[in-house]
Design a protein around this ligand. Structure first.
Ligand code: 5GP
Ligand code: ZN
Length: 117
């Protein structure tokens, strides 16, 4: 699957049909601030192609997943997080995935507890 179903919010952000506060872009990935930030840094990193979750991206487009991970690390550096950040891929509605275009949450800038809620 390379395209969304025409009704995907994050595909619309990639197409610039929906505005977003973009912080970084690579050939294969886009990083933009979460509209409902849960930490001083809360940036979403997404592949430009549509896959529903990170396992599907790993299976079908491993090079895009590698680019996404590098993009997340570059965002953390650019945000001055000095190697201290959390990278979260909620996978499945029961654990909180609400947008079914794979996205990593880059979270940092405050102390965080473990285990997560
Ligand atoms: P999930 O719950 O799927 O792991 O994460 C989806 C994230 O997308 C949420 O943190 C939510 O705040 C964010 N989000 C939802 N709609 C928009 C939007 O239109 N723009 C931006 N920048 N973030 C969004
Ligand atoms: Zn999509």
């Amino acid at each position: 699957m390379t395209d969304g179903d025409g009704n995907c919010l994050f595909c619309a952000i990639v197409a610039r049909d929906v505005p977003a506060d973009v912080v970084l872009e690579t050939e294969a990935s886009l990083a933009f601030r979460d509209i409902n930030a849960q930490a001083p840094t809360h940036v979403l990193v997404i592949p430009k192609t549509h896959q529903p979750h990170v396992a599907a991206l790993a299976e079908h487009e491993p090079a895009a997943l590698a680019d996404l991970m590098a993009c997340a690390a570059a965002v953390a550096d650019a945000e001055g997080l000095d190697g201290h950040y959390r990278l979260v891929f909620n996978t499945g509605s029961q654990v909180g995935q609400s947008v079914f275009h794979v996205h990593g949450h880059v979270l940092g800038g405050r102390p965080m507890g473990w285990p997560p809620g």
